[in-house]
Design a protein around this ligand. Structure first.
Ligand code: DC
Length: 212
């Protein structure tokens, strides 16, 4: 079974995807980490984030087994990821790796922005996870404060809105629900409730029910 979980920054898609993968015993790929890896290396190697040739080279050479999760979880890496993700050569370089992951025997869970539209359009279940920008900013702000990073709520909200706009309006593989994706709005759901709703969505076709 292939499950895709797409949605905007801090919507809860990553946590849901990890929980679904554990529940169904499937491997999980956080595709955002790949773009974060490219953005992070571009900065570390002193390239401009607007240099498409350098970005494509870095993406081509990316070794997913060497990604340092901690360094890639910062907001700076997320912002850099969002910028390099709009470069067609970067997306092309990362495509096969993601498709191969999705097509492995037994299936997989992938989360990102275009996993249901571009990477695995034939996925068995597609979730599109959303939450209001204000709620997503509250969650991200809480996370940053817990990690000891200094950030104001207003600044986090502005960053989230900017990232939404860039991810949704780019011409290549923009953030948008696949026509057959099921929308899951987590604005008023805690993680347990969101997880139960996600399981319902995955199980609905198997139980012969229509999806909620
Ligand atoms: O999910 P995330 O916040 O880790 O993603 C970081 C950025 O990477 C996001 O702003 C856009 C880009 N991205 C993408 O373009 N396509 C994906 N499948 C995943 C992430």
């Amino acid at each position: 079974m292939i499950i895709t979980v797409d949605g905007p920054a801090a919507s809860g898609k990553g946590t849901l995807a990890r929980r679904l993968a554990k529940h169904y015993g499937l491997p999980h790929l956080d595709t955002g980490l790949l773009y974060r890896g490219v953005g992070y290396l571009m900065i570390r190697e002193n390239h401009s984030l607007d240099d498409p040739a350098a970005a494509a080279r870095v993406a081509d050479a990316l070794d997913p087994s060497k990604l340092d999760q901690k360094a890639l979880r910062t907001d700076a890496a997320g912002e850099a990821a969002s910028r390099v993700a709009a470069i067609p050569g970067v997306r092309a370089a990362l495509l096969k790796l993601q498709q191969d992951f999705a097509r492995q025997p037994g299936g997989a869970v992938l989360d990102g922005r275009d996993t249901g539209t571009v990477i695995a359009p034939d996925a068995d279940v597609k979730l599109f996870v959303t939450a209001s920008p204000e709620e997503r900013a509250r969650r991200r702000h809480r996370e940053l404060v817990a990690r000891g990073e200094a950030a104001g709520y207003d600044e986090v909200l502005a960053d989230i809105k900017k990232r939404d706009e860039r991810d949704s309006e780019r011409s290549i593989a923009p953030l948008k629900p696949a026509p057959d994706a099921v929308l899951l709005d987590t604005t008023h759901l805690d993680i347990e409730a969101a997880f139960r709703a996600a399981i319902e969505i995955v199980e609905a076709p198997r139980a012969g029910r229509t999806r909620p």
